[in-house]
Design a protein around this ligand. Structure first.
Ligand code: CMC
Length: 445
């Protein structure tokens, strides 16, 4: 098949529909496919009628050229290193907004006026406690379970507790579920941490901000007073903002696909958590720290870089590279600064940070990484800050999931509001045996 762009005849008062012509080289037959244009980003060829018109499917197993939905939430320009939520640049949001404001922005489309921010914040704090029975649910897990394993189970399990917000066709119930998920994730994440330590669960405190309350639930104990360090609370809030949403990545696409079957939002978010867990996605922040510890000292960097470049070695430089960013990840740029602030405030002199900076410097000068446009991503620095704050490696991806819940529920809400919602059902290129006669057991060799 060959292809070329074409313009259809102009209709009265309407801009002409742009089309893309696809020609079958064997038969010479052509089809004109509509070209759709968003506010920003490359145009897309609408292939929804392709099979009906040509008898062909498209083939794009890792979705490198496929838009799976329309969305008004987040835009990424990977070539320029730009990330925007509802049109606002991520650096402005991370510098000037709070996570609660960004959550409102993603859910409702605009930055909240003062009174709406107050009532949204009240609604989130109203829902921070979890059903008391959930405390017993935790006790079924081993104390050494990976926190992400617990989170998959606990978040899916929420659908067994909140029956009054499971009607996905009722906009009010959808909103209640979205608020519940945003509100309860810090509580569940902190409980997961406390459970591994064998310390009592701390109930949420609604007089604290979202990030302060999370730090309180993680690091306070009932035996003594706990004061939240404002520098850490600000850094935590910023980490949440930077992880809030990221367009149609693996976990968000998983949430949307699960939601397209009309599954309840708690189950959908649990599926997102499962997808985020992998080291190629949210699990990379834990993997970065493990990698830095394995490298150990600056002298070993060249050896590990060679391993990363060797196609026969599965080792990759964790925290480097991105499917979409072919430039600096703007989230990493903000986190790099935060990292220094936090370490300075805590008086931590972390040799891993120095090692990370040296690794970044050497990799960015290396021909292999330059050619492939591999830059540090958000996970490269987040692990170092979280470690300095006192979180163990195994909690890093949980914190990512906590923040990304805002994106997941916003994307789910957007999808559910779409009148043309249909179940997602990809097709395939079948490469197994063609039809063959059944062989009775006596005749099999
Ligand atoms: N170390 C060494 N080589 C790499 C790396 C890396 N981290 N990332 C990509 N490459 C090479 C890859 O081998 C390939 O080389 P070649 O063209 O010679 O075959 C080329 O760069 C293109 O890579 P790709 O595998 O086609 O890229 P992808 O879009 O399929 O994968 C990625 C993206 C993020 C999974 C990958 O870069 C990676 O595994 N990075 C390390 C894990 C990581 O940091 N993940 C966090 C992503 S950001 C947080 C999030 O959004 O979840």
């Amino acid at each position: 098949m060959s292809s070329k762009s074409a313009e259809a005849k102009p209709q009265q008062n309407k801009p002409p529909q742009k089309t893309f012509t696809l020609t079958n080289d064997e038969t010479g037959e052509s089809v004109q496919l509509p070209v759709l244009e968003g506010t920003c980003g490359p145009p897309v060829i609408d292939v929804r009628k392709l099979y009906a018109q040509t008898g062909h499917f498209t083939f794009d197993p890792s979705f490198t050229s496929t838009g799976s939905c329309k969305s008004r939430l987040t835009f990424i320009d990977g070539e320029e290193g730009i990330l925007m939520h509802r049109g606002y640049d991520i650096a402005a949001l991370a510098g000037k907004s709070t996570f609660i404001e960004v959550a409102y922005l993603l859910l409702y489309g605009n930055l909240p006026p003062k009174k709406d921010l107050q009532s949204f914040n009240d609604s989130i704090t109203y829902h921070t406690m979890v059903h008391e029975q959930i405390h017993y649910f935790f006790r079924g897990f081993r104390r050494d379970a990976h926190p992400m394993a617990i989170m998959c189970g606990m978040v899916g399990g929420l659908s067994a507790f909140y029956h009054d917000s499971l009607d996905i066709w009722d906009p009010l119930q959808r909103e209640t579920s979205a608020h519940r998920l945003i509100a309860k994730m810090p509580t569940l994440a902190a409980m997961t941490y406390k459970y591994a330590l064998g310390q009592p669960f701390m109930y949420p405190r609604n007089d604290l901000s979202y990030a302060e309350n999370f730090l309180y639930m993680c690091f306070a104990v009932p035996a003594e007073p706990y004061e939240v360090n404002p520098v850490l609370a600000r850094a935590m809030d910023r980490i949440f903002i930077l992880h809030a949403d990221h367009e149609q990545n693996a976990s968000t696409s998983t949430v949307r696909l699960a939601g397209s079957s009309q599954a309840n939002p708690f189950a959908c978010v649990a599926s997102g958590i499962a997808s985020l867990w992998g080291p190629a996605h949210g699990g990379a922040n834990q993997a970065v720290l493990e990698m830095l510890e394995e490298i150990g000292s600056k002298e070993n960097i060249p050896e590990f870089l060679e391993k990363a470049k060797d196609k026969d070695d599965p080792f990759r430089l964790m925290g480097f590279g991105h499917r979409v960013y072919k430039n600096h990840d703007p989230r990493a740029t903000v986190l790099r600064e935060s990292c220094h602030e936090v370490l300075e405030d805590l008086g931590v002199n972390d040799p891993l940070l120095e090692l990370a900076m040296e690794l970044e410097r050497i990799a960015l000068e290396d021909e292999y990484f330059i050619e492939r446009k591999l830059f540090p991503n958000v996970d490269f620095y987040s692990g170092i800050i979280l470690k300095a704050m006192g979180f163990p490696d195994s909690m890093f991806t949980v914190l990512f999931a906590l923040a990304r819940t805002v994106g997941w529920v916003s994307q789910w809400k957007e999808m559910m509001e779409e009148p043309s919602l249909r179940i997602g059902r990809p097709r395939q290129l079948y490469t197994g045996p063609a039809a063959r006669p059944y062989v009775p057991i006596e005749e099999r060799e």
